[in-house]
Design a protein around this ligand. Structure first.
Ligand code: ADP
Length: 266
């Protein structure tokens, strides 16, 4: 029996980050990045210290959604180590591979390069003290997901889906990946995006163009929380394209919808 066994202190990255939330989707194009960006802004507006890591290495959207495409994070020595200072906008600290490479080049990276770059953003980012670090994951299930769960301790995952059958089928796969034995990340809940379409001139009218309540029913079936249903609204798309997330204006119906989702996540 070994007495006084020396304690090995393993330095866990991001020890000052209270909650790490992975935002995932089974399929691309369901609005995962839109939802993540708006959630980050809504949490920052609610007074939390928020970070956003764009882990969608092969299709980074965060720089555009925050109109920070021209930002170039600087390196600074912190406690003798080189650290990457995140770009900050709307109260959200962000790092994305899109700040370092031409997005066109990122798409031709090999898996190992992408994983290493991502690890660097996590461990060398000077994230500081945060209440929430949101991670915008690539769609589907990939090496990137494994890297994230192996590098960080994830508080929980949020799954984004549309109500359409093909999206729901892939969302189920995503949920089972997080719940699998070797990943074992709790599901915080599901967000049904593009739940219905509402034209600006007919705000009371709802058109269920991808089907009605698909996400809501799936949440019930899987026994996970429905964090919210977000409609398709032209202004959400425009806000994303203009780099001014809809959640910046809580007074609007859409801004309020994201604020409500944020409240359920905390
Ligand atoms: P993903 O990250 O899942 O690939 P994006 O967030 O990039 O999806 O969204 C795909 C497209 O749909 C973008 O053009 C975005 O502006 C638009 N979009 C996403 N959610 C909504 C919404 N609720 N209302 C209107 N447009 C949306």
């Amino acid at each position: 029996k070994v007495k006084n066994k020396p304690k090995v202190e393993v330095e866990k990255p991001l020890s000052e980050v209270k909650n790490v939330i992975a935002v995932a989707s089974g399929k691309g194009g369901v609005g995962k990045s839109t939802v993540t960006s708006n959630l980050a802004v809504a949490l920052a507006k609610a007074g939390y210290k928020v970070g956003l890591l764009d882990a969608d290495i092969f299709g980074p959207s965060v720089p555009k959604m925050f109109k920070t495409e021209d930002a170039r994070p600087v390196l600074e020595k912190v406690d003798g180590k080189d650290k990457i200072i995140p770009v900050e906008k709307y109260g959200v600290k962000m790092l994305s591979i899109g700040y370092f490479v031409n997005p066109k080049d990122a798409t031709i990276w090999r898996g190992a390069m992408a994983t290493n770059a991502l690890k660097q953003l996590i461990t060398e980012g000077n994230w500081g003290a945060l209440d929430y670090l949101l991670i915008d994951l690539p769609p589907g299930t990939s090496d990137i997901h494994l890297t994230i769960v192996q590098t960080l301790s994830i508080t929980g995952a949020v799954m984004v889906t549309t109500p359409q059958d093909v999206a729901l089928a892939d969302a189920i796969k995503g949920v089972s990946m997080f719940q699998s034995k070797n990943i074992n990340v709790p599901i915080l809940g599901l967000i049904e995006n593009m739940a219905w379409f509402t034209p600006a001139e007919l705000p009371e009218n709802k058109y269920y163009i991808f089907g009605k309540d698909g996400g809501k029913k799936l949440a019930e079936e899987l026994g996970v929380t429905l964090l919210g249903q977000i409609p398709i609204v032209q202004s959400i798309r425009e806000a994303g394209d203009n780099g001014e997330p809809a959640a910046l204006n809580e007074d609007t119906v859409t801004g309020n919808a994201f604020a409500n989702v944020a409240q359920k996540v905390v």
